[in-house]
Design a protein around this ligand. Structure first.
Ligand SMILES: COc1ccc(N2C[C@H](O)c3cc(S(N)(=O)=O)sc3S2(=O)=O)cc1
Ligand SMILES: [Zn+2]
Length: 262
């Protein structure tokens, strides 16, 4: 799939029809084969500085639900890790399955998780707008965190309680003072990192992926509320449950996945 000009057509609930991505040799998501990852002692700990007051709204974009942050100043930033520059948080969202057996986009030694959190940041040292950065080689940095079903996640509940108000595609509600740091695992020093792409259209190959080794736990009931969202807008006849909003895994095409831990 790497040499071919186009990625295989992604006949997937999230979008129909073939998706042409020029080149297509650094697509995401991927399976992380632990024994093939390469320890890199140059990789630093992640440095996140998130200001909960920059949280603005939560909305259903028809792929997932996004919590959006004011990224007009450097108030919520990500530095360190594999990154040379400072990146600004613009949104976070999740991917999940119709059941707890699957739902994550990345896998570790083929292990699937019921859901995966993505915290999306753009390179504010090199670019002045998200829209510019998203098209550039080192424009975005996305932190991926696996979710496992277990004890209730207290910090997540505020977000879960807001979901019924955005059931339909296109609905938006104000959402303030949410600190995304509460969704990070205790240990953020251990991660894998590789160069990849957005996992939804436009699939641009502009992402430095940082996948946390440690997962977070959420309750079965909290995840069930994710599945009560809809892909469809209020006007559409057939309502489709927003589930399985993950992309099929892509070929590694010779890329190396580095680890910050041995
Ligand atoms: C060019 O116009 C745009 C480009 C990208 C986007 N985004 C929305 C996407 O759904 C999306 C999916 C991401 S994932 N699953 O982390 O790879 S990150 C991301 S986004 O916030 O960049 C919006 C407009
Ligand atoms: Zn995502």
């Amino acid at each position: 799939a790497c040499s071919s000009k186009y990625v295989l057509s992604q006949m997937h609930p999230m979008w129909q029809g073939p998706l042409a991505v020029p080149g297509g040799d650094r697509q995401s998501p991927i399976d992380i084969t632990v024994r093939k990852s390469v320890f890199d002692s140059e990789l630093k700990p992640l440095v996140t500085n998130y200001d909960p007051n920059t949280c603005q709204q939560i909305w259903n974009n028809g792929y997932s639900f996004l919590v959006e942050y004011d990224d007009t100043t450097d108030k919520s930033t990500l530095k360190g890790g594999p990154l040379k520059d400072s990146f600004r948080l613009c949104q976070f969202h999740f991917h999940w399955g119709e059941c707890n057996a699957w739902g994550s986009e990345h896998t570790v030694d083929r292990r699937l998780y019921p859901a995966e959190l993505h915290l999306v940041h753009w390179n504010s040292d090199k670019y002045s707008l998200f829209e510019e950065a998203v098209m550039e080689d080192n424009g975005l940095a996305v932190i991926g965190v696996f979710l496992k079903v277990g004890k209730r996640h207290e910090g997540l509940q505020k977000l879960v309680d807001a979901l019924p108000a955005i059931r339909h595609k296109g609905s938006v509600v104000e959402f303030n003072r949410f600190d995304p740091a509460c969704l990070l695992p205790i240990n953020t020093d251990d991660y894998w990192t590789y160069h990849g792409s957005l996992t939804t259209p436009p699939l641009t190959e502009s992402v430095s992926w940082i996948i946390m080794k440690q997962h977070i736990e959420v309750s079965h009931d909290q995840l069930a509320v994710f599945r009560s969202l809809l892909f469809t807008s209020a006007e559409e006849e057939a309502q489709k449950s927003m589930v399985n909003n993950f992309r099929v895994q892509q070929a590694l095409c010779g890329r190396t996945v580095r680890s910050s831990f041995t």
